[in-house]
Structure formats: structure tokens, C-alpha cells
Design a protein around this ligand. Structure first.
Ligand code: NDP
Length: 241
């Protein structure tokens, strides 16, 4: 069934691929972004997908933005919490600003984005929430205490919220990508990236579309018996339970 879907950070990288795949599956999609208007307008022109600018770390902005999406496109039945940032550094040199920026965008956003839509989903008896965590939230990563903490938090959030909403037709799942070929990974120094790829049994970076296909399935009506799951998509780099 065609539904209204919101994808945070949906104008670039993994989020853009998710937005496009959801659209191909027949859904009406709203792609949120933070501030890169040029990328957002290019994405809108290429795909015909509506774009909405607000900061996912700001609860009031999320409530306003989601209200606008609902009035323009209809009630939100699918929410993909994808927006994320990194501010890497060894913990003994990390500032609170680096710590807090990552927790705010990657974890506070789970509350800020999900809280305004969850009651409507429960009332309508249908909802699909897919949260994007990371391999580094599963295994921890040197230089990313902030990011690993936030992404591990996303997994706990997913499991708890899944239990609270299962009886109401609302599923909540989490996808943990490994290293995917996006701007975020382009920021990794080349020598570090070479070492990372050497540690991926499949022998390459992942593609954003490979994450998008899984997310679109989890967001579909067909996936109603899958909730609270943590789906690892990382080319075999870290084989979690
Ligand atoms: P990109 O850096 O390529 O894109 C990030 C997107 O998020 C952009 O659309 C950006 O908007 C948006 N965004 C950032 N901050 C905010 C904010 N405060 N409010 C609203 N939107 C925001 O990221 P990726 O596609 O690489 O990553 C997507 C998700 O996948 C993230 O959660 C990331 O942690 C996770 N992930 C990525 C991996 C990878 O290898 N790439 C591996 C594992 C997990 P704008 O364009 O305006 O800046």
C-alpha cells in the first residue's frame, strides 16, 4: 500500500538512496535535510521528491516540520531516522562540543523525530519506523566514542520502542550499515580507508542502494512480523548476533 514516508537526511548519501527506493515502491516521500540547500534542490530536481529543511536535533523544529509534511502530504506512516554526523577524535582530546553535537544529531533526534508521529501511528494501527545505526555502534570504534555511544543508543531505543508498540501495528527496526560509499566515508583519509576495505570480507565498500533496499522492505506492509530487529549490512566486516 502507498503511504507517506519521511526520511531524515534524505537528500544525500544513504538517505537519498532510501528516499528514492521508497518512491519507487510507490510511497509519497518527504526528504528532510539540515542546511545544504544546493544538494537538496539538485536532489529535488532530479527525483521530484519534496524536500524539507529542519534540524533533527531540535524537538520544536521537528514537530513543526512534521506538522508541515502531514498537512501537505498526509499522515506519516513511515519514518526513517537516518540523519547523522561524525565529529571524530580520541576521547582524551575530545571537547564537549564534539561529544554533544554527535549525541544531539544522532540520538536526541530519535526522540525529537519519533515523538511527534508515534501517537498518530498508534491511533491508526499502522506504523513503520526504521532507525539507522552503524557497525560502530555495535562494535565500538577508536576515535568515535561519541558516535559509537550515540549509535549504540539507537539500538537500545529501537528495541524498547518496538516492545511498546508491537501490539499497535507499529514496527520499529534498526539497520547497522558497515562502510558505505558516501560523503561521510569520503572524509576518511585514504590510507585509513585502504585498511578498512582490507578488513571487509566482501572486498569493497557498500553501496547506499544496498541499505535502501533493506530499509524499504522493513518499511513495507509485508514486514509486519519483523520488529525490534537489528539488521547488519556490512560485507561481513563484523558478524554480530
Ligand atoms: P551523509 O553525510 O552523506 O548525509 C547526511 C545527511 O544527513 C544529509 O542529507 C544532511 O543534510 C543530513 N543531516 C545532517 N545533520 C542533520 C540535522 N541536524 N538535521 C537534518 N538533517 C541532517 O551521511 P551518510 O549518508 O553517509 O549517512 C547516513 C546515516 O547512515 C547516518 O546516520 C550515518 O551515521 C549512518 N551510517 C553511515 C555509514 C557510512 O559508511 N556512510 C556507515 C554506518 C552508518 P545536509 O545535506 O543539509 O547537510
Amino acid at each position: 500500500m502507498a503511504r507517506v514516508a519521511v526520511v531524515t537526511g534524505g537528500t544525500r548519501g544513504i538517505g537519498a538512496a532510501i528516499a528514492k527506493t521508497l518512491k519507487t515502491a510507490g510511497h509519497t516521500v518527504a526528504a528532510n535535510y539540515a542546511g545544504n540547500d544546493e544538494a537538496a534542490q539538485k536532489f529535488k530536481a532530479e527525483t521530484g521528491i519534496a524536500v524539507y529543511k529542519w534540524d533533527v536535533g531540535d524537538p520544536a523544529a521537528c514537530a513543526d516540520g512534521l506538522g508541515k509534511v502531514a498537512s501537505e502530504l498526509g499522515p506519516v506512516d513511515i519514518l526513517v531516522n537516518n540523519a547523522g554526523i561524525t565529529r571524530d577524535g580520541m576521547f582524551h582530546r575530545m571537547t564537549f562540543e564534539q561529544w554533544h553535537a554527535v549525541i544531539r544529531t544522532n540520538l536526541d533526534s530519535m526522540f525529537a523525530m519519533t515523538r511527534p508521529v508515534i501517537e498518530g501511528m498508534r491511533e491508526r494501527g499502522f506504523g513503520r519506523i526504521v532507525n539507522i545505526s552503524s557497525i560502530n555502534g555495535q562494535k565500538g570504534q577508536m576515535g568515535q566514542t561519541n558516535y559509537s555511544a550515540a549509535k549504540a543508543g539507537v539500538i537500545g531505543f529501537t528495541k524498547a520502542l518496538a516492545q511498546e508498540n508491537a501490539a499497535k501495528g507499529v514496527t520499529v527496526n534498526c539497520v547497522c550499515p558497515g562502510y558505505i560509499d558516501t560523503d561521510m566515508v569520503a572524509a576518511v583519509p585514504e590510507d585509513v580507508l585502504k585498511k578498512i576495505i582490507a578488513g571487509i570480507p566482501v572486498g569493497r565498500l557498500g553501496r547506499a542502494e544496498e541499505i535502501a533496499e533493506a530499509v524499504t522492505y522493513l518499511a513495507s506492509d509485508k514486514a509486519g512480523f519483523i520488529t525490534g530487529s537489528v539488521l547488519t549490512i556490512n560485507g561481513g566486516q563484523y558478524i554480530a548476533n
